[in-house]
Design a protein around this ligand. Structure first.
Ligand SMILES: [Zn+2]
Length: 219
């Protein structure tokens, strides 16, 4: 079977982790609007990830959608539908990563802290090392922060089996949300492919997450 663009980017990632620079940072000149490699990447906003570098993307190759966690939120789905149906992308790459901040809190804890609960504020201060200042007000938006499910751990904790499992759960939930969305075709002549990865911030390497598989539960 012919290599997919995602496979080629995985080869680039091995070279990146080995110290090679593949992404060219200079102005490429006039380019078409549709991504040349027909790829859309969904990745966490973490400052330690440079998506263009770690995948060896060139300017014009791909859509890059980033948010806290690299989660497949309502807005991510919005972007992916536009990316595929209007701009012709057909490979989706999800990138979560080790030591992610989304492992260190829960939606309820952050909401309580923001609303001014002192105990929640204290826990968040301890977790982040930053004095958490509540706003003493409730708000309707955002409806969710999409913190990763499972037992929370200290911010920036080194990877262990439990952390890997929680990251894999969220990657799979994202893949499931995409593959089961009625406006994102997973079969037929217009199908997109979706592959999910964990990027290890301590090695620079991507590891693929098997799918289907466990997606976790609260606990
Ligand atoms: Zn992250």
């Amino acid at each position: 079977m012919a290599k997919s663009t995602t496979d080629r980017y995985l080869e680039n990632n091995k070279r990146y982790a080995g110290g090679q620079a593949i992404h060219k940072p200079t102005y490429p000149g006039k380019l078409p609007i549709a991504p040349a490699r027909r790829v859309a990447v969904v990745a966490c906003m973490d400052a330690r990830l440079d998506v263009e570098d770690l995948l060896g993307l060139q300017t014009g190759d791909a859509h890059v959608i980033r948010n806290a966690g690299g989660v497949v939120s309502d807005d991510t789905i919005r972007c992916l539908i536009i990316s595929h149906h209007l701009l012709d992308t057909n490979e989706i790459i999800l990138v979560h990563h080790t030591r992610c901040g989304m492992l260190a809190f829960t939606d309820d804890l952050l909401k309580a802290g923001l609303e001014g609960d002192p105990a929640a504020g204290k826990l968040l201060s301890q977790a982040t090392g930053r004095a958490f200042t509540g706003c003493k007000k409730s708000a309707a938006m955002p409806s969710a922060f999409h913190a990763f499910r499972g037992q929370i751990e200290p911010l920036d904790a080194p990877r262990d089996a439990k952390q890997t499992e929680r990251l894999e759960w969220d990657v799979r939930r994202g893949m499931s949300s995409i593959l089961n969305h009625p406006w994102i075709p997973a079969n037929g002549p217009d199908a997109v492919t979706v592959r999910g990865f964990i990027y290890d911030v301590d090695t620079g390497k991507l590891e693929e997450v098997s799918y289907p598989g466990p997606m976790g539960s609260i606990g």
